[in-house]
Design a protein around this ligand. Structure first.
Ligand code: F6P
Length: 328
């Protein structure tokens, strides 16, 4: 913990963008200004820290952004920040402005960077979980997840209409490199027959038997939602496998892709982003340093960056059971 009083802070977004990042930036800037702090924005994630792309922000700089997707600060996955030279440069650029507190809005890769940086230098970092994947422990929600799931649900509902019209089986791939939360939530909410996620091994033979049995029962709409990171493969692999094994079925694959990352943030994402952004600044001021600010059971939760980096959320057995029963 740094004993120095924090009076100049910087905010940045890092990793994949997520709807609600702008609402979080707004909350950090406005809370900082409220407390009389000098607030800086860093562009393109850690790259901006290294390249000295840092500028002063005030209340007006964040006007009219709460409803916007993407991030006004832009974002990047910085390779250079994972080198000691990169972090040294970043430190010097912050130091020459007297910046003595950072808020990083991003995913676990971004927290790894923040953790390394705060271990090496005397600048405390606060992480805000900003990722559509919800693959970080220590928070019931991550900024962007709710919007992404709602986007996926809207798209899958549309796919259901055309699947129904043609009696087709659709394999829909949603995002989630290492985590199946988007698949699980959107799959349950759209009544998918099966949901394939990286956290649980899929028995492909059992899937084929279940679909064959449904074919016999003339169960018409079949939607299978696959997380891109499923251990069997993404939508295309699953589609190819099923086409081979179910030659009579009319099968199509739809990859939703980056549409899930864009768009106006949902109300929930705006709320959690605002709340987390506010508490990030409070943490810097009250000495709760090098933590990720999360929300669990509607209460603020502060997880040391070390743990937020290592842990993943666990998929509850109850959800998996519900999927099976409701798809029968
Ligand atoms: O981490 C968020 C995420 O959208 C993942 O779900 C996905 O695998 C990845 O980012 C895609 O990254 P990129 O935008 O670099 O292709």
């Amino acid at each position: 913990m740094s004993a120095k009083k924090v009076n100049k802070i910087a905010v940045l977004t890092s990793g994949g963008d997520a709807p609600g990042m702008n609402a979080a930036i707004r909350a950090v800037v406005r809370t900082g200004v409220y407390h009389g702090l000098e607030v800086f924005g860093v562009t393109r994630g850690y790259n901006g820290m290294i390249d000295d792309d840092i500028f002063e922000m005030d209340s007006k700089s964040v006007a009219n952004i709460i409803q916007r997707g993407g991030t006004i600060l832009k974002t990047a996955r910085s390779k250079d920040f994972f080198t000691p030279e990169g972090r040294q440069k970043a430190y010097e650029n912050l130091k020459k402005r007297g910046i003595n507190g950072i808020v990083v809005i991003g995913g676990d890769g971004s927290f790894k960077g923040a953790q390394k940086f705060s271990n090496e230098f005397d600048i405390p970092c606060i992480g805000l979980p900003g990722t559509i994947d919800k693959d970080i422990a220590g928070s019931d929600f991550t900024i962007g997840f709710d919007t992404a799931v709602n986007t996926a649900v809207e798209a899958i509902d549309k796919i259901r209409d055309t699947a129904d019209a043609h009696d087709r089986l659709f394999v829909v791939e949603v995002m989630g490199r290492d985590a199946g939360y988007i698949a699980l939530h959107s799959g349950i909410a759209t009544g998918a027959e099966n949901i394939l996620i990286p956290e649980s091994k899929t028995d492909m033979e059992a899937l084929v038997s279940a679909l064959t049995e449904k074919e016999k029962r003339k169960k018409l709409v079949n939607l299978i939602v696959v997380a891109e990171g499923d251990e069997f493969g993404g939508g295309n692999q699953v589609g190819d496998f099923l086409k081979q094994r179910l030659p009579n079925a009319d099968i199509r694959v739809c990859i939703l892709g980056h549409i899930q990352r864009g768009g106006a943030p949902s109300c929930l994402d705006r709320l959690i982003a605002s709340r987390m952004g506010y508490h990030a600044v409070e943490c810097l001021l009250n000495g709760t340093h090098n933590v990720m600010v999360g929300i669990e059971d509607n209460k603020m939760k502060y997880t040391p960056l070390d743990n937020a980096v290592k842990a993943k959320q666990k998929i509850s057995e109850e959800w998996l059971k519900i999927v099976k029963i409701l798809a029968s």
